[in-house]
Design a protein around this ligand. Sequence first.
Ligand code: FE2
Length: 410
Amino acid sequence: MLIKNIVIENSAEITDIRIKDGKFERISKDISPLSGEEVIDCKGCMALPPFVESHVHLDTCLTAGDPCWNLSGTLFEGIECWAKRKEKLSKKDIKERAGKAIRMQASNGVQFVRTHVDVTDPTLIAIEAMLELKQDLKDIVDIQIVAFPQEGIMSYPNGEKLMENAVKMGADCIGAIPHFEFTREYSVESLNFIMKLAEKHNKLVDVHCDEIDDEASRGLETLACRAYEYGMGEMVTASHTTAMHSYNNAYVSKLFRLLKMSKINFVSNPLVNTHLQGRMDTYPKRRGVTRVKELLEAGINVSFGHDDIFDPWYPLGTGNMRDVLHMGLHVCQMMGYEEILNSYKLITHNGAKTLHLSNYGIKEGNPADFIVLNADNFYNALNEKAAVLYSYRKGKLIASETPSIKKVLF
Ligand code: FE2
């Protein structure tokens, strides 16, 4: 197959791509079609590697209002609502909802997903369901599963055992929730426990870390310190870190030395955290999103995640990473021309680094995974909400969109 007249990642030049046996065989200007070869003319539109959803909860998605709405809009009322919804979980229910959300993501150009899956449930039914779904849908999406202890590890009955069992069942990644543990001692103990578990089983780590507006919540320093000591930084991710929004600047400047040394990744979830955080504030109200701009300037890897899709923690969402990016650029004040132009990296390459993906990107020899947006660069694509014209996976079309036609009658 030959893709003609395409712009790759904001490049100033138009080029062609030949795909053979599911891989990018050749990328260069003016490739002539072979006889009988399928040719797609992209007319100067831009290609990107597929979007990476680096933080979502697919086991809870599409449950908002069932059985109750989160009226206060706080993380903690969300956890209470979810505890009630959890009582009627079944494998079929999880697979149907998560499968629907994955198709929504696919229609928005997502092909790689890291999902946190709640393991504070003695039946571990959600992990079982997601492992099956991962297998069922492997041709359209790569799913990475995090064993996520929503109600704590040290603070939940048999929490350590449930984490170990989830890893044995096949979870790719180990989570924690230090700010939700009963005490600071439990918080530190939980991080020590998961780092040992990850080292033993050679697993990735992704912690819900300091997702609270409490400037005293300092799980991050413990996580980064352990990651540094174990030499596992690139395998470790700190998600949310919203308390960093409230840390004093003197502490942050000391902390950044450790963060850089540790080489850990960060995931920020600007849609959900602007909604959940600052709820105990009167005015001024904190934005409650971590210091994305400063982390990036320090050379630390940061990606964006949707986090929740229509569930007890976030009542909206269609799995579209560009909605996440749009919010993130505003709330993090990253609205310079170059910042907007290159912001796609927060939902592509940076996410791929967090997920430890190999062979990701539009390069000769890599799997032919890519999307085509109906715009000539990413600034315009984001601003104009450009359609995802095509999403190809290993050279096979898995989703497409026809741009809508708007009429102004004056
Ligand atoms: Fe989360």
